[in-house]
Design a protein around this ligand. Structure first.
Ligand SMILES: [Mg+2]
Length: 343
């Protein structure tokens, strides 16, 4: 069997089975946004790493400053998604010999800014030569008060599903990056907003901490693979189903304009879009509105209730703006199966 036959998530599960048993201090191993270790005291230690590969995650033409900011953001986002506080970065780079030293300077300027915005230090790493694509691999530690840790597996039937910010902007940015004619048709400041969302996303670290502090959330993750895919992660880890209301999914005016140009409903772009780095979380129905208001008040970032958690046997559903119920697949619309009862 080849990796492409198994897929990323299948491969992660397989690796998980290959690993020797963990020691007693490991609270969460493979399978969440971060690993969680109990080192004693009031906090858990959080550990995460994320790789950026040239031509896979970034184009050679991207500015090294933006790449540094983004590499920091994707790691910070995973710590924030557990309600945690980022602490220390280690940085591994594989660089081609002909890369300019100024490129490295600019990369570290972006990385340094991204880290210091969230109080994290850069404390080491290593360098390697490569003849192939350049690679940026970051490792980040963090900590969270034990009682505030939020994992993917805590959602319960009856909970509401909430998200921070607006979804789909990064996917919109990807359209603009790969189709220049589209970029020229969009209002310039809206095109800029979509590209910024893709190239320098804002990790919701303070928002994640604010959500965790309320004590009203039950599960959380960051939306790195797209809402549809990441909801599946919560459903699998929590052993629940879900119903999402398409008309509640928050999106920007910029995405709406792009959707008109593409002939695609913006909610669909928001449902499928990856790399938003917003947070998706759950909360008991009677506490969800209060939680949303509290987080909006303390962070200034909008929080929207977009769905509800169902028992696992009721599966995963999307209610379209026309009121049709469709089975929700990891890839959103294109891979939907037929709706039950033909509805
Ligand atoms: Mg994550």
């Amino acid at each position: 069997m080849r990796i492409k036959d198994l897929g990323e998530f299948g491969l992660i599960k397989r690796i998980g089975r290959l690993l020797p048993p963990c020691s007693g201090d490991v609270v969460v191993g493979v399978g969440d946004d971060v690993a969680v270790v109990d080192t004693g005291g009031k906090h858990y230690l959080l550990l995460t790493c994320d790789i950026q590969v040239e031509n896979t995650h970034f184009l050679p033409s991207v500015s090294p400053y933006q790449l540094g900011l983004k590499a920091a953001a994707v790691n910070l986002s995973d710590i924030g998604a557990k309600g945690g506080e980022p602490l220390h970065f280690l940085v591994s780079l594989a660089l081609r010999a002909e890369t300019s030293v100024e490129w490295v300077d600019e990369f570290y300027r972006g990385l340094g800014e991204g880290a210091s915005r969230h109080g994290a230090d850069i404390i080491g790493g290593n360098l390697s030569h490569t003849q192939g694509p350049q690679v940026v691999d970051l490792f980040l530690t963090g900590r969270v008060k034990k009682e505030e840790l939020l994992l993917r597996g805590g959602a319960r039937p009856g909970d509401k599903v909430l998200v921070t910010g607006q979804l789909g902007n990064a996917k919109g940015g990807l359209f603009l990056l790969t189709q220049e004619d589209l970029r020229e048709k969009l209002t310039p400041e809206r095109a800029e907003a979509l590209l910024t969302a893709l190239l320098t996303p804002t990790p919701r670290v303070r928002e994640g901490q604010a959500i965790a502090r309320t004590g009203k959330a039950t599960a959380m993750l960051d939306i790195s693979d797209g809402l549809a895919q990441d909801l599946l992660h919560i459903c699998e880890a929590s052993r629940v189903g879900v119903r999402i209301w398409a008309e509640k999914i928050p999106f920007s005016f910029a995405l709406e304009e792009l959707g008109q140009l593409l002939g695609t409903p913006p909610w669909l772009l928001a449902l499928e879009g990856g790399e938003d780095y917003e947070l998706c979380f759950t909360s008991p129905a009677e506490e969800a509105e209060e939680l949303a208001e509290e987080v909006e008040r303390t962070t200034g970032i909008p929080v929207t209730i977009i769905g509800e958690v169902l028992p696992q046997e009721e599966e995963r559903w999307l209610v379209t703006p026309q009121g049709e119920e469709r089975l929700l697949s990891p890839r959103g619309w294109n891979h939907f199966r037929e709706a039950k009862d033909g509805s």
